[in-house]
Design a protein around this ligand. Structure first.
Ligand SMILES: NC(=O)c1ccc[n+]([C@@H]2O[C@H](COP(=O)([O-])OP(=O)(O)OC[C@H]3O[C@@H](n4cnc5c(N)ncnc54)[C@H](O)[C@@H]3O)[C@@H](O)[C@H]2O)c1
Length: 434
């Protein structure tokens, strides 16, 4: 009888959902992914270097809003700090952060660390997938040589693929399972196995020809958002000069049933993806002597927005014969986006810093962020009630959380700078919109 090839054996284990899946990095991307594999019946181990996260998962406590750890027995997600779980893994999926360095260049150190660990435990018949967002070439130029260092050959002994994550934390309509997943392999057999694996958890997989292509697809998606947000942010600035309401302009333009997709202005970009990912691409292009102008211009406009908002606060106070210096300034929402706990790169921090530098007395309310480290201090969210609102000289809306009651905010506040159009539909001389 013919022996099964490594590819056939792994394929069979995946289809039977017996393949042991290890997910490295249990954050916004890795935790929902690991849960989804567990949900459909795979034995899953989540590996993270953060003790607190590991402990919480093993106690069934989720730290991501909207992500529940309630699995039906016998399905279970176990978390660990112990990388020896990789020794008998059939698939290892890397979901660690890819931030920027201080000089705004790609910082692949965590991907490298995770890949080195995977390489140390690599064994024949294993499938490795990178999911972290990164520049085109990372899987092929960085991961592949690292994994092949000990003599195993990709496409033959082990399999290597890249699949960018499209998770939108908090989105209840598009989840992991109903969002198509782009996949590429280093070789046809790598792609085939990765396709089989992801077909178990998502309704549609979208194979592309190379891992470089799959890497840049993700960067196109996020650059598309960054550029369009920059466009409407610039429209906000231009409408301000023209004395026009940018929100009305966008809403009217959005009635065009084709060729227009509305994006909305705001106090600046935040989170781990949109402000960061396009720089991975522009950095890579710089190495090839090309300046990614659209990316850089969009970044410049988006990064100016916190200052634009802070200036609007100063102007509005000035019209009331007050200065930022000494004014009580309530920041409403510090998470970078609606209904999220995530404050990474949040423009709220920049707006707060700019107003603090001008002597503002800053405090904040955010139902999702009970504590915030700001300016070397640990701040707590103040309660949102009539007294808090009415004692503030100005309320600055940075995040339009669903829990906010715009009517209440307008009723009790003295002055509102609304950077998100939370107060849409309410006419009041107290409101200054972006
Ligand atoms: N957050 C999003 O909405 C989103 C969406 C799509 C893609 N991405 C990309 O996915 C990747 C992960 O992002 P995230 O938001 O999940 O990050 P995160 O910070 O929420 O989680 C990453 C986790 O990795 C852990 N970690 C770090 N080094 C590790 C190591 N060597 N081994 C094991 N665990 C390690 C951290 O402790 C952390 O828990 C990034 O490349 C990001 O750009 C994020």
């Amino acid at each position: 009888m013919r022996m099964k090839s490594r590819k056939e054996a792994l394929n069979e284990r995946i289809v039977q959902r017996k393949a042991k899946v290890c997910v490295l990095g249990l954050g916004y991307v890795g935790l929902p992914l690991a849960l989804r594999f567990a949900e459909v019946g795979f034995p899953v181990f989540g590996i993270d270097t953060d003790d607190e996260k590991v402990e919480k998962i093993n106690r069934g406590i989720s730290y991501i809003p909207g992500v529940s750890l309630n699995l039906q027995e016998p399905k279970v997600l176990r978390a660990s700090k112990d990388f020896s779980h990789l020794d008998d893994a059939d698939a290892a999926i890397i979901c660690v952060p890819t931030p920027l360095s201080k000089t705004r260049e790609p910082d692949l150190s965590l991907v490298l660390e995770a890949a080195q660990t995977v390489a140390k435990h690599l064994h024949p018949g294993e499938l490795i997938v990178l999911e972290s967002t990164t520049y085109p070439g990372t899987t092929r130029e960085v991961l592949l040589p690292l994994l092949e260092e000990r003599g195993l050959k990709s496409g033959q002994d082990f399999f290597l693929a890249y699949s960018p994550e499209r998770v939108d934390p908090g989105n209840e309509i598009f989840t992991l399972s109903n969002t198509p997943k782009v996949i590429a392999g280093i070789s046809p057999s790598c792609l085939a196995l990765a396709q089989t694996l992801y077909s178990q958890i998502v309704q549609r997989v979208v194979p592309v020809s190379t891992t470089d292509t799959a890497e840049i697809v993700k960067l196109l998606e996020n650059t598309f958002r960054s550029v369009n947000i920059a466009l409407v942010n610039e429209f906000a600035i231009m409408c301000d000069r023209l004395g026009l309401n940018v929100w009305e302009v966008i809403q009217a333009a959005a009635t065009k049933p084709f060729g227009f997709m509305p994006f909305f202005p705001g106090p600046g970009l935040g989170g781990h993806c949109i402000p960061v990912d396009p720089h991975y691409l522009s950095w890579k292009l710089r190495l090839l002597a090309y300046k990614a102008r659209t990316i850089e211009l969009a970044d410049e406009i988006n990064r100016e927005m916190p200052r634009f908002v802070a200036e609007k606060v100063g102007e509005a106070l000035n019209r009331q014969r007050k200065s930022v210096n000494g004014s009580k300034i309530l920041i409403l929402g510090v998470a970078y986006k609606k209904d999220s706990t995530d404050v990474r790169e949040s423009p709220a921090l920049d707006v707060m810093k700019l107003l603090r530098e001008k002597g503002g007395d800053i405090f904040y309310h955010d139902p999702w962020v009970p504590r915030l480290s700001f300016n070397g201090r640990d701040l707590g969210s103040v309660p949102l009630d009539a007294e808090t609102l009415s004692t503030a000289d100005v309320v600055v809306v940075i995040t339009d959380h669903s829990r906010f009651d715009a009517g209440e905010v307008v009723e009790h506040s003295r002055l509102i700078i609304d950077a998100r159009n939370l107060t849409h539909g309410i006419e009041s001389a107290k409101i200054v919109r972006l």
